[in-house]
Write a protein that binds this ligand. Structure first.
Ligand SMILES: Nc1ncnc2c1ncn2[C@@H]1O[C@H](COP(=O)(O)OP(=O)(O)OP(=O)(O)O)[C@@H](O)[C@H]1O
Ligand SMILES: [Mg+2]
Length: 233
């Protein structure tokens, strides 16, 4: 097993993934844990072009579900080879805002493409590059919608019929059954602080190497001195 984990965040639009990714990254930065932050689709020059095509290109209104599936996998394969695997080989912690479980849920459960084919393509794209832990932020459709009120660029995935989002929500709730050791379902309706706390407790107990830096740093500087040097500590 890797000493520093490959961590992914999952859940429907507006569930709070990016919020928690940022909080975790800030924590790791303070602890001086080396990490790499990425997202899907995208994360590489090729992947970012595919992201534009998938989410924002007006021509993509005509996109078939099969094309969509293959484009997500193309972006993912590039990300794994170009970014994630090299970072794990450098012994960095990797955090990804979405990964292959998104395809299991969106293209499998919600678009209703053949589930076996979706899993085969996921495996084809990532090989043995499987996350060590995945946090699914579970938020009901109404709450997620209410969090998406800020001005944002309209995304093709946000313009589906209401049943689509119910299938996404249900698909995510069922996801842990497929890999209970890896996938942790989190009640995303609570405050960002409580969620951050639960995520950190889970991570630091499963991957002690993540918290080790803090233990080393503490005796070196007294609390008062640390506060003077860095008011954010
Ligand atoms: N636990 C929470 N409680 C209330 N509001 C939250 C919580 N977490 C995040 N938010 C707010 O909800 C909005 C969406 O959060 P965020 O961007 O993190 O979601 P996301 O899952 O990354 O969405 P997307 O899939 O669209 O990228 C933001 O305005 C954020 O501040
Ligand atoms: Mg986000």
């Amino acid at each position: 097993m890797r000493s520093l984990p490959f961590i992914t965040f999952e859940g429907s639009e507006g569930c709070g993934k990016s919020t928690q990714v940022k909080r975790l990254a800030a924590r790791l930065k303070k602890l001086r844990v080396p990490f790499l932050l990425t997202r899907e689709p995208g994360g590489t020059p090729i992947g970012e072009s595919i992201r534009e095509l998938l989410q924002f290109d007006p021509q993509s209104a005509e996109m078939t579900a099969e094309t969509e599936l293959l484009l997500f996998e193309a972006s993912r394969s590039q990300l794994v080879q170009e970014v994630i695997k090299p970072a794990l080989q450098r012994k960095e912690c990797v955090i990804s805002d979405r990964f292959f479980d998104s395809t299991t849920v969106y293209q499998g459960a919600a678009r209703k493409l053949d589930k076996e084919m979706v899993e085969r393509l996921n495996t084809f794209a990532v090989g043995d590059c499987i996350p060590d832990i995945t946090f699914v932020l579970d938020v009901d459709v109404k709450t997620a919608r209410s969090r998406m009120k800020e001005p944002r660029r309209p995304d093709r995935m946000e313009e589906q019929e209401p049943e689509f989002y119910e299938r996404v929500h249900q698909g995510y709730r069922e996801l842990p059954k497929s890999d209970p050791d890896r996938i942790v379902l989190i009640d995303g309706s609570r405050s960002p602080d409580l969620i951050e706390d639960q995520i950190w407790k889970t991570l630091s107990s499963r991957f002690p190497a993540l918290a080790i830096k803090l233990k080393i740093d503490k005796p070196v500087l007294s609390e008062a001195k640390r506060n003077r040097m860095d008011p954010e500590l």
